[in-house]
Design a protein around this ligand. Structure first.
Ligand code: 5AD
Ligand code: SF4
Length: 441
């Protein structure tokens, strides 16, 4: 139990890695304001949901949660909705869930100390109007949850306006942090023991240094060269801005991980145009050929949407043939979900849900076969993994390869492994979604 005048918060996060990292910054900011983080709604005075609105299901989750805890308002608990649903629904949230005290979008988190003071004074507070400011959320107070691998946001927001996507409306316009600020944060992290750094952005490779000192590829290399940094990852890349120098950087600098996540969304140029992706199937495949002709064995993953309005069976099959052509290591796939304010919401020829489901299942079955084939190439290889944990039930250590694959492995009972260590593991069996191996002595 907490003391009566102690300020406590519970924070639950939905959605993408950007949200996960925003939550680390939000938690750090609250800690710096004298709050203590607790692990349950029951213990907390302030309950925060950092929300996602990318698809309808994600959005529904937060309203269900709020509904569940409505009665706790009588105990004096306060509620805040942060993130993409907050930005999208704005003050309407107060109508749908009258027990909410705070509604704040991600572009306004730097005002949190002031907003917290308002709700502590018993007022309602909103932070919704900062999407057009050029400022990013910089804070010294980031409460990172993993001591070995940490995120750094290098670019916030999105200016691409794909026809299906809420992000430009929820996260506002694209704004990059200065290369100096990014490098200073990476150095601080390396000094405090982080060996893996993940650079984040909705379109991470659209990064433009406001100081005009580095390109994105140069920034990758500069982070990788910081003493103590052993791995650098970056996500998510947008195909339109994916340039060859990124592949050259991966080839040249061992600390840059052998993995590119390059969402294609659809395999038909007609559908890509309707989605306003600003590349054709051929242009996308050209980028893939750059990655595949690297000296390093770079794994490639993607995101796919099936059942975009007007997608014909032939066009859908072009997506299937693209999967075969590229040979993705894995992918995330989704049924198209109409989103408020987006252009595609008004497009005719919507695809029935049942048909979307059929397309999704068939696509996932095909990808399973491709993933099995792709993983087989690792059989017998020795890969360096970062140790992430130990699975007691299976008696296996959990590791991750540079290619971002989970490699579970066994080690002699006497071996003392620690989370965050880098060890060589030989792959002895492969599964569709992971690899198995033994520690190499
Ligand atoms: N419906 C379905 N999937 C979507 N995504 C983004 N918007 C939608 C939508 N309206 C998917 C895209 C994107 C991933 C993060 O979510 O594939 O790359
Ligand atoms: Fe969800 Fe997109 Fe917001 Fe991330 S940016 S939380 S994926 S809506």
């Amino acid at each position: 139990m907490s003391a009566p005048d102690e300020k406590t918060f519970y924070l639950e996060t939905f959605g993408c890695q950007m949200n996960v990292h925003d939550s680390e910054k939000v938690a750090g900011t609250l800690l710096s304001q004298g709050y203590r983080q607790v692990a349950s709604v029951q213990e907390a005075g302030l309950i925060l949901y950092n929300t996602c609105s990318i698809r309808d299901k994600a959005e529904q989750k937060v309203f269900h949660r709020l509904q569940d805890f409505r009665r706790l308002r009588a105990q004096g608990k306060r509620f805040g909705v942060l993130g993409c649903v907050a930005q999208q629904e704005g003050e309407q949230i107060f109508e749908r869930a009258p027990h909410v005290d705070l509604v704040c979008g991600s572009a306004s988190y730097r005002h949190l100390p002031h907003l917290l003071a308002e709700i502590e004074a018993g007022k309602r507070a909103t932070g919704l109007d900062d999407r057009n400011s050029g400022q990013t959320f910089e804070t010294e107070f980031t409460a990172r949850t993993n001591p070995h691998r940490g995120y750094i946001t290098i670019i916030e927001g999105c200016d691409k306006f794909c026809a299906f996507c809420v992000v430009p409306y929820t996260r506002g316009k694209e704004r990059s942090r200065s290369s100096e600020a990014v490098l200073a944060e990476a150095r601080r992290m390396a000094d405090t023991g982080f060996s893996e750094i993940q650079l984040l952005g909705q379109n991470v490779n659209s990064y433009r240094d406001p100081l005009e000192k580095t390109t994105f590829a140069e920034l990758l290399m500069a982070v990788a060269e910081i003493p103590g940094v052993r791995r650098v990852r970056f996500t998510t890349s947008h195909p339109r801005d994916f340039s060859r120098d990124i592949v050259e950087a991966i080839d040249a600098v061992p600390a840059l991980c052998d993995h590119v996540h390059l969402p294609v969304q659809a395999g038909s140029s007609r559908v890509l145009q309707a989605m306003r992706r600003e590349y054709t199937r051929e242009q996308y495949l050209e980028r893939i050929s750059w990655i595949q002709s690297a000296h390093r064995d770079i794994s490639i993953t993607t995101d796919i949407i099936v059942g975009f309005p007007g997608e014909t069976e032939r066009e859908y099959e072009e997506t299937l043939s693209l999967l075969e052509l590229v040979g993705y290591d894995s992918l995330f796939s989704f049924k198209y979900s109409p989103r408020p304010n987006t252009p595609a919401n008004a497009y005719p020829d919507s695809i029935p849900d049942e048909e979307k489901g059929r397309r999704l299942t068939r696509l996932q079955e095909l990808q399973r076969k491709i993933s099995i084939r792709r993983n087989l190439r690792h059989l017998g290889q020795i890969s360096e993994v970062m140790v992430e944990g130990f699975n007691e039930a299976r008696g296996q250590w959990i590791g991750r390869t540079s290619q971002n694959k989970v490699l579970n492995f066994t080690a002699p009972p006497a071996s003392t492994l620690e989370r965050g260590a880098y060890v060589p593991v030989q792959v002895t069996a492969t599964l569709p979604n992971s690899l198995l191996g033994v520690l190499v002595r």
